[in-house]
Design a binder for this molecule. Structure first.
Ligand code: PMV
Length: 365
């Protein structure tokens, strides 16, 4: 597939209005995306677990209007929101070539998250993928596509992911579950820089219903946006090695997912998290997104693993919060450990329990 394949060739505006609604999850990367080229093309491949319960629910109501500019309103958790408008404006500008009907309709975008607002959880992945999916459903309605074939479902998912990527890179990994790869990589057939693909390799039963408990260490705004962070990989002294390492780690992880070797899984996942933060600390300007409590939690996890036979591990996003990953078989013990030893490091004692999920769902009216 190339960019050209995603351009909508024909549609009609006979439909005066309509509504579509999707729930789309967040995802947590195991091999991290950090650094991009023009048009949100990743510098290296990444793979993520799709989450189950941390979701954005978005409804878009479209109403025919006279052509000219884009016209849309955004309501976040029931209230009109002006702050999100520039991001959506940029998104519409980027995707208009692929969705030429965007100027023919006014869009009322109503969105809410299942996780608490200002939890410091990246909502751009779930938020942008939910909008992309809604726009794809509208595209189908305007082009009278009712074809339920596997081929048209694949195209729907691919183009949704392609569009979501143009909103926020990591959002392209939120359309499907349980594991999604984004970025061309030799070890994954059909992998692409343009969209995420469902990981079709063998996955050992150790990873079924894998748990992710998100410890909310810092619920504030990030000091450095991921857009700025990605840019700092240009001319970064370790960029080349880092991008190569991600390819190697993805190939290793593919084998680990098949074998179920949890010790090797831990090594890749924790090293990826620390490498992501090491890139931030060694860019110019440099910055640190971890907080003292992030490190306290990491040390507690290492001590717990040392003391027990647990396979619990951590990963981090571009922030201070810690994702605690563990097999479902350890759920009871690890939750007890979290409550006893880790919750005190969370802001207001807040944490969110989630697990691997199956991807986005359309909500029928
Ligand atoms: O999708 P963005 O541009 O916000 O980038 C996020 C990148 C990380 O979350 C730090 C890593 C990843 O692969 O999700």
């Amino acid at each position: 597939m190339t960019e050209q394949d995603f351009i909508l060739k024909s549609y009609n505006t006979n439909k005066e209005s309509g509504s579509v609604k999707w729930a789309s999850p967040s995802n947590i990367a195991l091999v991290k995306y950090w650094g991009k080229k023009k048009h949100q093309i990743p510098e290296n491949p990444s793979i993520s677990f799709t989450l189950s319960d941390c979701k954005t629910i978005t409804e878009i109501t479209y109403t025919k209007k006279e052509a000219k500019g884009f016209s849309f309103d955004i309501y976040f958790e029931g209230e009109k929101n002006e702050a999100f408008k520039p991001k959506i404006q940029t998104f519409f500008e980027r995707i208009e070539t692929y969705m030429p009907f965007l100027k023919d309709y006014h869009f009322k975008i109503e969105t809410s998250n299942t996780f608490p607002h200002s939890s410091g959880i990246a909502s751009s992945a779930s938020g942008m993928s939910a909008i992309a999916l809604c726009l794809m459903s509208i595209e189908n309605e305007l082009s009278d596509i009712q074809n339920d074939s596997e081929e048209s479902k694949d195209f729907f998912n691919q183009k949704s992911s392609f569009l979501a990527r143009l909103g926020s890179g990591s959002a392209c990994r939120s359309i499907e579950g349980e594991l999604v790869v984004w970025g061309k990589n030799e070890s994954i057939d059909d992998s692409s820089d343009l969209y995420g693909v469902k990981f079709e390799g063998d996955v050992h039963s150790n990873f079924k219903k894998y748990q992710d408990t998100i410890l909310l260490v810092d619920k504030g705004e990030k000091q450095v946006s991921s857009t700025v962070g990605h840019q700092l990989m240009y001319g970064h002294p370790f960029a080349k090695e880092r991008f190569e390492q991600a390819h190697v780690n993805l190939a290793k992880l593919k084998a680990i997912l098949a074998s179920g070797d949890l010790n090797e899984f831990i090594k890749i996942v924790e090293s990826e998290a620390l490498t992501l933060h090491a890139m931030m600390m060694t860019s110019m300007p440099y910055f640190i997104l971890m907080k003292p409590n992030t490190l306290e939690i990491i040390n507690k996890i290492w001590a717990f693993r040392e003391k027990t036979d647990s396979k619990v591990c951590f990963t981090l996003d571009a922030g201070a919060n810690v994702h605690v990953l563990y097999p479902e078989s350890e759920k009871e013990n690890v939750l007890e450990f979290i409550k006893d030893e880790l919750v005190s490091y969370c802001q207001n004692g807040h944490y969110i329990c989630d697990q691997i999920g199956q991807g986005a769902n359309q909500i029928q009216f």
